[in-house]
Design a binder for this molecule. Structure first.
Ligand code: MG
Length: 385
C-alpha cells in the first residue's frame, strides 16, 4: 500500500456498509469491496458485453471487461502518484460498468427509450444507477442480505451521474446516502473522481486502436489531430524506421502517458491551490481531478473526432440500429408475455422494472439467443449473429 496523502480516503474512516460486517483481519474494507466485485456474476458477464464493436465482430476488440481492466490499471497508476487509496480506486473502476446493457451505448439508448415509453413516470434507464442496483440489490451471493453490501465510498464512486429525481428517490430510501450529493451538489472522493477520468482516458485511447483495427479509421487520419500529430513526430524522431502496428502503439502509449501525466500534475495543482487538506474538504470543493486546460481542449477535439469518424460510422450505425431493435423487441415481448421471463423475475413488480433488470443484465450473445428463441430464426438477431 502506498503512503496516503491527507486528502485520500481511508478505509478506517469509511462511512460503512448498509449491513454490518465484522472487520477482516487481513484486508482493508476497500480491498474487500474489490474482491466482492471480482467474484460477482455481473463482473463475469462483462467479458461478453460490447464496448463499441459487437462482441463477436472480432476477438481482439475491447469488451466491457478489458475496458474495465484498463480503467482500473490507469486509475491505480494515478492514485499511487497522487497518494490516493489504490484499492478504493480499483474497486470503483472494476464496478463502474456493471450496469451496462448488452450492445454498448446503442443498447442503453434503446432500453431507455422502451422503458420511458412503457413507464413515463419512472425516469428512464441510467447505467450508473443500474450499476448501483447490481451491487446493492441484484447480485445474489450472501445469506444475510441482497447485493454485495459494499462500502459507502465504493457505492458513491459507482454512482457517477444521477438525475435529481432519481437522487431524491435514493435519498428517500437511504437518508444521507449516496443520493445526497446530487441534491446538495457536492463532490465525491478524489478516488471516485479519478476512476471517472481514467474511464475517459481509457476509451479515448482504446477506441482509436479498435477503430484502426476494424479498418474504420486509418493511421493518416489520426494525424489530423494536432495532439496525435505531435506524438507521431516524437515517435518518428526517436525511431525513424517505425511503421504499422508498432508505430500505432507507440503513438497510443505516448497519448496515454501524456494524459495521465497531465492529469496528475493538474490535479495536484488544483489540490494545492484550493488548500485541500482532508477527504472532507474534497467533498466541499469544486471537482479537483482534471486535466490542464490546454490538454482538456485537445481531448475534446479527439472525442469529437471519434464521434464523427467512428461512433457515427455507417458500419457501426448499421449494427447499432439492428441491436437497438433487438432490445426494443425483447422489451415488448417480455412485457406482453411475462411467462417468458425466468421465474425469479416474473413475480417482481413493477413488471417494467423486472424487464429492465433482466435485459440490462444480459450479455450480447444471450440477448441474441433470447431474441431468436422468441422471434425465430431468420429474425433480426440472425442478421447480427
Ligand atoms: Mg466505462
Amino acid at each position: 500500500m502506498n503512503e496516503l496523502a491527507p486528502y485520500a480516503s481511508r478505509s478506517e474512516d469509511s462511512r460503512g456498509r448498509r449491513y454490518l460486517l465484522p472487520p477482516d483481519p487481513h484486508r482493508n474494507e476497500f480491498q474487500r469491496d474489490r474482491d466482492r466485485i471480482v467474484h460477482s456474476t455481473a463482473f463475469r458477464r462483462l467479458v461478453y458485453k460490447t464496448q463499441v464493436f459487437l462482441n463477436h465482430e472480432g476477438d481482439l476488440f475491447r469488451t466491457r471487461l478489458t475496458h474495465t481492466l484498463e480503467v482500473a490499471q490507469m486509475a491505480r497508476s494515478m492514485a499511487r502518484r497522487l497518494g490516493l487509496h489504490e484499492d478504493l480506486c480499483e474497486a470503483i473502476s472494476l464496478a463502474h460498468d456493471l450496469g451496462h446493457t448488452p450492445f454498448g451505448h446503442a443498447g442503453q439508448d434503446a432500453l431507455d427509450e422502451a422503458y420511458r415509453a412503457a413507464a413515463p413516470d419512472a425516469g428512464g434507464f441510467e447505467h450508473n444507477l443500474q450499476s448501483l442496483r447490481v451491487v446493492d440489490l441484484l447480485e445474489e451471493r450472501y445469506p444475510e442480505y441482497p447485493g454485495l453490501n459494499l462500502c459507502f465510498e465504493t457505492r458513491e464512486g459507482i454512482l457517477k451521474h444521477c438525475s435529481r429525481r432519481n437522487a431524491q428517490a435514493l435519498e428517500d430510501d437511504e437518508p444521507g446516502g449516496v443520493g445526497r450529493r446530487f441534491l446538495e451538489r457536492t463532490q465525491p472522493s478524489l478516488e471516485a473522481q479519478l476512476a471517472n477520468l481514467a474511464d475517459s482516458i481509457a476509451y479515448n485511447a482504446h477506441d482509436l486502436d479498435d477503430g484502426v483495427r476494424a479498418g474504420l479509421l486509418d493511421y493518416e487520419q489520426l494525424l489530423e489531430l494536432p495532439l496525435l500529430a505531435r506524438l507521431h513526430a516524437q515517435a518518428i524522431a526517436a525511431h525513424p524506421e517505425l511503421v504499422g502496428r508498432r508505430l500505432l502503439y507507440t503513438l497510443l502509449r505516448g497519448l496515454i502517458a501524456q494524459l495521465i501525466d497531465d492529469t496528475v500534475r493538474a490535479t495536484l495543482k488544483a489540490i494545492e491551490q484550493d488548500g485541500i487538506d482532508s477527504a472532507d474538504a474534497v467533498r466541499r470543493a469544486p471537482p479537483l481531478v482534471r486535466m490542464s486546460e490546454a490538454t482538456a481542449a485537445q481531448v475534446q477535439e479527439l472525442q469529437a473526432f471519434l464521434r464523427d469518424r467512428l461512433y457515427r460510422h455507417e458500419r457501426v450505425w448499421r449494427t447499432t440500429r439492428a441491436a437497438q431493435q433487438v432490445i426494443r423487441e425483447l422489451f415488448t415481448a417480455y412485457l406482453q408475455r411475462p411467462d417468458e421471463l425466468p421465474e425469479a423475475h416474473r413475480e417482481r413488480r413493477p413488471l417494467e422494472v423486472a424487464v429492465v433488470d433482466y435485459i440490462a443484465g444480459m450479455t450480447d450473445r444471450f440477448a441474441l439467443r433470447e431474441h431468436m428463441r422468441l422471434f425465430g430464426p431468420g429474425s433480426l438477431a440472425a442478421e447480427l449473429a
